[in-house]
Structures are given as C-alpha cells and as structure tokens.
Design a protein around this ligand. Structure first.
Ligand code: ATP
Length: 434
C-alpha cells in the first residue's frame, strides 16, 4: 500500500487534500493522471450502464436537498454508526469493526495499558451545513450522504418526461459526503467521495425483485472482471439480517481482496418500496406507477447497484500494480490508462529526428489519443517511466524512421517491439487499444 500511495503522489494520481495546510482528514485530490483515470472509469461505467442500454436513463441531481428529503429517506434517524470510545485516549471506533478495535487495544498493550470501552452510542454520518444568510435551525441542510435520494425524488419527473416503462433504471454519479469516524486505507474510506449508482425499478413482487437482484449481481461482477481485475480477488458477500441498512430487504457486497483483507467494493441492494413510499408519505405527492397495459397502479421495488468511484479506482490500481525486476508496471486496461501512447525521438539532439517525432505526436493527438511526449534521458528509462503510469504503448522514432518512415511500437506488458509503417500507425494503435 505504501508503494502505491507514494507512486500516486509522485506521478500525479492522488494527492492528500489541502496538503500545504497540513491536509484535511478524509479528503483527497486527484492530480493530472488521476483525474484522467477517474474520468476514463466513469465514462466506461456510463457507457455500459446508460448509453448501451434502452432501459436505463441518467440524471444529475443537486447535492443540496430540501432537508425533508433526508427525513423521508430515514437518514436523519437511521444513518448512524454505533461508536465505542476508548476511555484511556478518547478515540472513537466503530463497534462493527472488531479488527480496528483489536488493533487499538494492541497499541495500548504495548504500553502495558488495558483498554476499557464505553457503551456503544449512535453517531449520525450526515454532514451538516447552513444555506442562506442566517445561520440557525431553519437554514440547516445536509450534504448528501448517498446519491440515491436525488434519483428517488425525481421518479415522477423521469416517468413524465420519458416513455420509459417498468422494468427500468435511473443512473447517476456524483459526490457524497459522510462524517466517517475512521477514514483510512488511503482513499478507501473518505469523507468526501464519489458514487455511481443505478436505481432499477421493478414490479413489487418478491420473485421479480429476486430475479433482478441476481441479474445485477452477475452484471456488476462481470463488469469488474471486464475492467481487468483478477477474478480470484473478487467475491460476493451476503449481508446478515442484523447488518443490513434500514432500507434494505436484501443486500450483497462485491468484495476485493485488498492488502488489508477482503473489503467492500460496491453493494447491490433490494430497497423494496422504501424510498418511494416514504417520499409519497412525506411529500404528499403521488409516487405510484401506472402500468400502461393493465392500468394497475403500484409503487415499484428498487434494486440498487451502488459503487464508489474512488474505491473502484483504488482497487483497480492495487490490482494493476506489479514489480517485474527493476521496473514497476501498472498493468491497467488500456481503456483506463491515462495516456494511451507515448512518443519519443530516440535522441534529443538531432533536430530533424525531433521534428519528425513531434509530427507523429501531433498526429496521434488529433486522432483522439491521450499522448505523452518524452525526450529526456535514455530510452530505457523513458520506457520504465511510462510503465509506471500504465501507458500501454510507446512509439519511438529513430534514425531508420528518417529513411523509410517506419517506427517501433513497444508493448508495456510483453516489452516486445515491432517495427511498422507510419502510414498504418493510427490503425494499429486503435486496434491494440480496443
Ligand atoms: P462501509 O460499510 O464500507 O462503510 P457502506 O456499506 O456504508 O460502506 P454504501 O452505503 O452501501 O456503503 O455505499 C455504496 C458504496 O459507496 C460503497 O460500496 C463504497 O464503494 C462507496 N462508499 C461508501 N462510503 C464510502 C467512503 N466513506 N469512502 C469511499 N467510498 C465509499
């Protein structure tokens, strides 16, 4: 983990938030490469979830919502973690994370101290703020603790503005905020993070809901494998009855085998009719769906798939990190890699060679590739530098290029080089990246 954290900082993937002021716990800033990687991940998700499907549409709702929405969704009352406090140093820990509690006890044991814990107390995770010029109860709002609510409150708007019919889904991605008690493991548990979710509405029928629950479990697992993650490090974990969130009828996590053990990637939840019926009750608006064929009216069940963007990205990075002799390689799927290609002139002190390589660089950029340029140091070091940031292909212009318009393409994973005609370069790279 330390190697990944340091690579992320050194090469511009992820920086600690507000670092020059000593940081702000639980916040992270994505740098030039990290922001591109994140965009690639989100674009891929949106393409597979929305663009390629007929039965899922997107929304992008406001982060700040009328506080009644949080009362209705149950978050004001039930979005809580049970906390215990160490009576020696007053640090608080989640009662449902026994590993963290044990680790803290061990720390004290080293100093011959025995920890006593307080009774567990509930702590609400919503981040409070004030909106408007007067601070007080009336201007109190909450930053969204999950992005789901913005979809639920727009259920009728989506129905009225599209011709979509049940079963259908509404996708959204965006920031969420939680006053996490124990942020940590790099970006894994942050206080500001991004989620990508689909709320998939189905007939309120147990069997139908179960069918779609199974469908989404498989669909999401397949997606992570498609991203290139080692399937042996992925598994499902069903939630026990006493572990499920207040809204969930059934819940399964997809977990990854992280350096600290199995941990949650994303969740698939059967939320039943919890959200829509609560919003109907609290807003007084009719949230029922009318079946266009039978005229039957009902509140659908909602099968949710909820993934963290940052967590997915972290696991993708961990999974892609490898050391191979003296080189470090991030073996990211070419679609995720921030740069698809790097272009080098073999030497930097030969103006016609540099000019030729520059032309190749410009041409590739115009073909919508994200292209890196490097003319410093020896070529081996340049290859290694690109391996470390996952650039799948390096194109080198050498003396032969000036004679016969050929270049070499070097493959990140096999380290093999092939010489090809410049005229076919774009086509070859496009095929390789696809
Ligand atoms: P955990 O048990 O790890 O706190 P959760 O079960 O509360 O997570 P959900 O409410 O189901 O998480 O949120 C859905 C997804 O959002 C999670 O699977 C995770 O990918 C992401 N997520 C939740 N909380 C955080 C966080 N604090 N930092 C980063 N990602 C998060």
């Amino acid at each position: 983990m330390q190697k990944i954290v340091s690579l992320c900082k050194r090469r511009g993937f992820v920086f600690p938030g507000s670092e020059i002021y000593g940081g702000l716990t639980g916040t992270w800033d994505y740098g030039p490469l990290g922001s591109q990687l994140k965009k690639n991940l989100k674009d891929w998700w949106w393409e597979d979830m929305v663009s390629k499907r007929d039965n899922i549409v997107g929304v992008d709702a406001a982060i700040m919502m009328n506080p009644k929405a949080w009362e209705a969704s149950g978050h004001l009352e039930a979005f809580c973690d049970p906390l215990v406090e160490c009576k020696l140093c007053h640090l608080r820990f989640r009662e449902d994370k026994p590993e963290e509690i044990k680790a803290h006890e061990k720390e004290h044991q080293k100093k011959d101290e025995i920890v006593e814990w307080t009774e567990a107390q509930k702590f609400n995770l919503l981040v409070k703020s004030y909106l408007g010029v007067v601070e007080g109860k009336q201007s109190e709002i909450f930053l969204r603790g999950e992005i789901t609510n913005g979809v639920q409150v727009n259920f009728k708007n989506v129905l009225d503005s599209t011709r979509i019919k049940i079963p259908f889904g509404v996708a959204q991605m965006g920031k969420a905020f939680r006053n996490e008690i124990t942020p940590g493991n790099f970006t894994f548990r942050s206080r500001e993070f991004e989620q990508m979710e689909v709320q998939f509405y189905v007939k309120p029928d147990g069997e139908e809901a179960q069918k779609w629950f199974e469908y989404w479990k498989k669909d999401r697992m397949d997606w992570y494998i498609k991203l290139g993650i080692n399937p042996e490090k992925l598994r499902f974990r069903d939630h026990a009855d006493n572990e499920r969130a207040h809204y969930a009828k059934a819940a399964t996590d997809i977990e990854y085998y992280a350096p600290w053990g199995w941990d949650e990637f994303m969740g698939i939840h059967n939320r039943g009719d919890w959200d829509l019926s609560r919003h109907m009750k609290f807003s007084g608006q009719d949230m029922r769906y009318r079946d266009p064929e039978t005229n039957e009216e009902y509140i659908p069940y909602d099968i949710e798939t909820s993934a963290g963007v940052d967590r997915s990205l972290l696991f993708v990075l961990i999974d892609a990190y490898s050391e191979d002799g003296e080189r470090t390689v991030l073996k990211l799927h070419p679609r995720l890699a921030p740069y698809k290609v790097a272009v080098f002139p073999l030497v930097a002190n030969k103006p016609d060679l540099v000019e030729k390589a520059r032309k190749v660089y410009q041409q590739l950029k115009e073909e919508l590739f994200f292209v890196a340029w490097d003319d410093r140091g020896n070529i081996g070091k340049r290859y290694y530098s690109q391996d470390e940031i996952s650039t799948p292909f390096c194109v080198t212009c050498d003396f032969q290029t000036l004679e016969d318009d050929t270049v070499t393409i070097r493959d990140r994973d096999t380290m093999r080089q092939e010489r090809i005609k410049l005229a076919g370069l774009v086509k070859t790279l496009k095929e390789k990246i696809a």
